[in-house]
Write a protein that binds this ligand. Structure first.
Ligand code: FRU
Length: 496
């Protein structure tokens, strides 16, 4: 039986969604049906389609009592809204159906594993967070009568039952299941716990997979743990991070640890750490495997500290997901490339080779707001290094956002202070690009309200959103000194 709260949300979102014209949304970045979204949840391939659930509050454009929204896609680019999958309608999740993941069961049903939150002592009391299940067919989901399946009694000594959330489930080769869950040792550091299950329903504590030992923020949210290119990778989103050099500047930011799993001790040790994304708007990434074996990641394209509501009420939606990205490990680092499905939607190719940029210039045919641009730059004269190279986009007389490179500092910067924002939240971020003699390769993926900059074939990515009026379609180049540039630009989804 589907209960009242879910039926109400489904009816509300049907009307609300119909009031938002598709022109008021990004072209290929997922936005909520109506209202608010944060984390991607339950990213999975099930019944021949990609399913993506999302943290969802349909009734307003701000965070509130969490539901799970639901979309499906054949290509990870065109998303179709399905009815809201879960509402906070049980005593153990009455404060919210928080983040989690999905997996297919042997009987062909889909299992959702999520965090149920209830408030102890009323709305201003403390969270009690437990892990819960729902089973469904890709459309309707029924919460498991044995919920919660993991609660405070499953926690090792000293771990917080108030911060115990975001289960990521997977199946082992022998058919049994594992999940990782984020937690916190009160007033101290974050940790990731490992649990196991023979069938996906009966769960037991296994180990502390890793703890942060005073580094990398406090509570570790939204863990994901998987094998990639012969290594184990832990992705998570630590709250309250301190910057270290050019890493970890996002407050509540993201962390990628690459290392080894000690199967006997059930413990993960890392050899390498890095931010997942070096821009501004990126949080809570989650991965899945495609049928052809690619590890794909999607994230909330937002930062908790930059949730500017300017215009959100009129638009009736807030929050976007990133373009899904293909992951690999190269040179000991996490590499990310735009999903190859995007290539099929490129058209109107415009190409220039060895263009000299010296001062400010535009190029015929290089403009647009929904585009894919590959740009390689180098000094025109190796003995006369330029000082700065910049690309302006989402540009008109009033507005612009810029990506610029300074070879003397080896830094790449995103700067959106002129994007139309009237608020003083962070508008710039710099990232250190290993020294390249002034040569850098950039791939910029622009959708209506975002840019994702893939640097040097995916060695780093910088992501930022901007709510600039869509009529600002200008693209310009500028250089202080002489730069030689190759550029290939495509429109995306132009003929569709
Ligand atoms: C991360 C997060 C998760 C939680 C969800 C609630 O952005 O705080 O830890 O499950 O958002 O919406």
């Amino acid at each position: 039986m589907i209960n009242h709260q879910l039926l109400f949300a489904r009816a509300y979102e049907k009307e609300g969604c119909a009031e938002i014209p598709s022109a008021a949304r990004p072209r290929f970045h997922m936005t909520p049906c109506v209202g608010w979204t944060n984390d991607p949840n339950g990213f999975s391939f099930y019944k021949n389609q990609y399913h993506l659930f999302y943290q969802y509050y349909p009734y307003d454009t701000v965070w509130n009592s969490m539901h799970w929204g639901h979309v499906v896609s054949d290509d990870l680019l065109n998303w179709k809204y399905l009815p809201c999958a879960m509402a906070p309608d049980e005593p153990y999740d009455s404060f919210g159906v928080f983040s989690g993941s999905a997996i297919e069961l042997p009987d062909g049903k889909q299992l959702l594993m999520y965090t149920g939150v209830l408030k102890e002592g009323g709305d201003h009391g403390k969270d009690v967070q437990t892990q819960c299940l729902a089973v469904g067919d890709g459309l309707d989901y029924h919460k498991y009568e044995g919920n919660p399946v993991l609660d405070a009694s499953d926690l090792p000594e000293g771990m917080s039952r108030n911060d115990f959330r975001d289960p990521k489930i997977w199946q082992e080769a022998d058919g049994t299941y594992r999940c990782v869950v984020g937690t916190r040792i009160p007033d101290k550091e974050g940790a990731i716990l490992l649990f196991s299950s023979p069938d996906g329903f009966k769960w037991k504590y296994e180990s502390i997979l890793i703890r942060n030992d005073g580094r990398f923020g406090m509570m570790w949210e939204c863990p994901d743990f998987f094998e990639l290119d012969g290594k184990h990778v832990l992705l998570c989103s630590p709250q309250d991070m301190l910057p270290e050099g050019f890493e970890y500047h996002n407050g509540n930011g993201t962390l990628c640890l690459i290392g080894q799993m000690d199967a006997e001790r059930k413990h993960f040790t890392y050899e390498h750490d890095q931010s997942v994304d070096y821009g501004i708007d990126f949080y809570a990434p989650q991965t899945t495997l495609t049928p052809d074996g690619r590890r794909i990641m999607i994230a909330w394209m937002q930062n908790w500290d930059t949730c500017d509501q300017n215009g959100a009420k009129e638009r009736k939606w807030f929050g976007q997901m990133t373009l899904p990205r293909e992951l690999s490990i190269e040179h000991g680092r996490l590499y990310q490339r735009p999903i190859r499905e995007l290539d099929a939607h490129r058209s109107n190719k415009v190409e220039y080779k060895n263009v000299t940029v010296d001062g400010l210039m535009t190029l015929p045919g290089i403009e647009g707001r929904i585009v894919d641009m590959e740009i390689t730059i180098r000094p025109k004269d190796k003995n006369a290094m330029y000082h700065k190279f910049g690309i302006w986009f989402a540009q008109n007389e009033q507005f612009r956002t810029m990506v610029s490179y300074r070879p003397h500092e080896s830094t790449l910067k995103i700067d959106r202070k002129h994007c139309g924002s009237r608020r003083a939240y962070i508008h710039q971020r710099r990232s250190l690009i290993p020294y390249q003699d002034g040569e850098v390769k950039l791939r910029l993926i622009l959708d209506k309200y975002s840019v994702e900059v893939f640097v040097n074939d995916g060695e780093q990515v910088m992501t930022a959103t901007f709510m600039t009026t869509p009529e600002a379609t200008g693209i310009s180049f500028c250089a202080d000194g002489q730069v030689e540039m190759d550029i290939t630009k495509y429109d995306l989804f132009a003929e569709e």
